[in-house]
Write a protein that binds this ligand. Structure first.
Ligand code: B4P
Length: 192
């Protein structure tokens, strides 16, 4: 299996680049944000609870997110691999992911970190909010809170994978094509 963590602050282009990666490498796209939004749309109990948290720009509890992910990994044992988009977002999630993958005799091969400065993130998310009405993108205070949460709770995940020698930094302030071209250069070291 080829398992990739796509990492970066909110608005760095994780979802955008994931779409390209899954097409080229036939991997399963596992976006915790998308799964949570689907639960909200279906008005499930989990979705209703998650909505309150997501609308404030906070993180959904680790046990909820891990529960969603473990079932999908379990049901796709023969997959070529996974793109983890927006997961893990805490050290606790990263540790559980490592353990889950070991059970299936696999691991995280690499983490791609999309590096984008705060000013650009705020512009992109505000623009998306204007188009989509996504609640966590329309209010500048919520956008700012998501960026703060990224720095306090999520950024340590980068160091966790850096220590394992698996983290690769990509300049995310380029066109989508240029970002993907840089990602492809890193990927060529892993896929022959
Ligand atoms: P996510 O759905 O992961 O939302 P996100 O961080 O904003 O990233 P997204 O993938 O949507 O945006 P992208 O960077 O691609 O999370 C939403 C919420 O769910 C979180 O706040 C949290 O509450 C909860 N959650 C999710 N996972 C969780 C977890 N593991 N644990 C706990 N809670 C969790 O792109 C943004 C915009 O930039 C797009 O409009 C795109 O068109 C644009 N863009 C992308 N690349 C560009 C480029 N190169 N140039 C210009 N614009 C670009």
């Amino acid at each position: 299996m080829l398992n990739i963590v796509l990492f970066g602050p909110p608005g760095s282009g994780k979802g955008t680049q994931s779409e390209r990666l899954i097409k080229q490498f036939e991997l399963i796209h596992l976006s915790t944000g998308d799964i949570l939004r689907a639960q909200i749309a279906e008005k499930t109990k989990l979705g209703l609870e998650a909505k309150q948290i997501m609308d404030k720009g906070e993180l959904v509890p680790d046990n909820v997110v891990v529960g969603m992910i473990s079932g999908i990994i379990e049901n796709n044992k023969n997959a070529k691999g996974f793109i983890f988009d927006g997961f893990p977002r805490t050290i606790a999630q990263a540790e559980v992911l490592d353990k889950m993958l070991i059970i299936h005799s696999t691991n995280v091969a690499l983490l791609l970190m999309l590096d984008v400065e705060e000013e650009v993130l705020i512009k992109r998310l505000t623009l998306r909010g204007e188009k989509s009405g996504r609640k966590d993108d329309v209010d500048i205070n919520i956008i700012q809170n998501r960026i703060n949460v990224y720095h306090s709770q999520t950024k340590p995940v980068l160091e966790y994978y850096q220590k394992q020698g698996k983290a690769f930094q990509i300049n995310g302030v380029q066109t989508e094509e240029e970002v993907y071209s840089d990602i492809s250069k890193v990927m060529s070291k892993f896929v022959k």
